[in-house]
Write a protein that binds this ligand. Structure first.
Ligand code: UDP
Length: 246
């Protein structure tokens, strides 16, 4: 069945879900929702529902995988079987393996793994309900869960996607925009604007790509503010991320 909308943006410049082209979906953040994990976060972003648990730093087994000068980060992105209309087959897929890899790499430049030789930091991101942008939502939640676990980081990481529909760039794609749009560009960045993840599907001109980066940067800055507010809500005003000496 093809349920591609005829138009994605109406005559008033609004999208199918009523948002402006540069508006992100509403986000709610709950920290420390899992008592067994060292850090955790439950996030709703639009219709996405994501739960992230962080364990570690803890000793890595088997020992032959240990790195003598730093901790290993493991990141597992997983969609629950019931998270989308068609049941997702349990277990890793090409897509989940790719998302896990790029998401791990989005954190490697910021997590101070050098402080924990021979250790492992495990990030489990579970998508309970998916509605486009789950990799970026999971990264936003993982960033908070890592902070909740007290893991030293040079910066939080925020992520969102820009896409193109009806020939126009739009921020934070919803499901129809993601499925039927002309481009999808998920990006993650630090608070200094250092890009730690960039993927792209579809086509953009060089000029559109530059505009998309700017749009995404604004989205990520808003998300960073929400992440910081949520952390301050749990840990108080002193929740500023402390960067220990190397
Ligand atoms: N999706 C789905 N079945 C799948 C994979 C994805 O229904 O097996 C949906 C889901 O809503 C997801 C969206 O398609 O959020 C877009 O998937 P994509 O691979 O672009 O990743 P995402 O945007 O979620 O990071």
């Amino acid at each position: 069945m093809n349920d591609k909308p005829e138009k994605f943006i109406d005559e008033n410049g609004l999208r199918l879900d009523g948002r402006q082209i540069d508006e992100i979906r509403p986000m709610t953040i709950k920290i420390g929702v899992l008592s067994r994990a060292d850090g955790s976060c439950y996030m709703e972003w639009g219709n996405n529902k994501i739960l992230v648990a962080v364990y570690g730093p803890r000793e890595l087994h088997p020992r032959r995988l240990q790195k003598s000068d730093s901790a290993l980060i493991r990141y597992r992105y997983n969609m629950a079987a019931f998270s989308v209309e068609d049941r997702i087959r349990p277990g890793p897929s090409r897509r989940s393996t790719e998302i896990s890899k790029v998401s791990r790499e989005a954190f490697e430049p910021v997590v101070m793994t050098n402080l924990y030789p021979s250790a492992v930091i495990d990030v489990f991101a579970e998508v309970l309900q998916a509605d486009a942008g789950t990799r970026t939502a999971a990264i936003n939640a993982a960033s908070i869960a890592l902070a909740d676990a007290g893991i030293p980081m040079k910066s939080l990481v925020a992520a969102c996607a820009v896409g193109k529909v009806d020939g126009k760039l739009v921020l934070d794609l919803n499901k129809p925009e993601d499925n039927y749009g002309q481009a999808d560009l998920p990006i993650a960045m630090t608070q200094d604007g250092e890009i730690t993840l960039l993927q792209m599907d579809g086509n953009l001109t060089q000029e559109e790509f530059k505009q998309a980066l700017e749009m995404c940067k604004k989205g990520c800055l808003q998300i960073l503010e929400m992440q910081k507010e949520a952390l301050k809500g749990k840990f108080g005003e002193d929740a500023a991320i402390e960067v220990p000496e190397d």
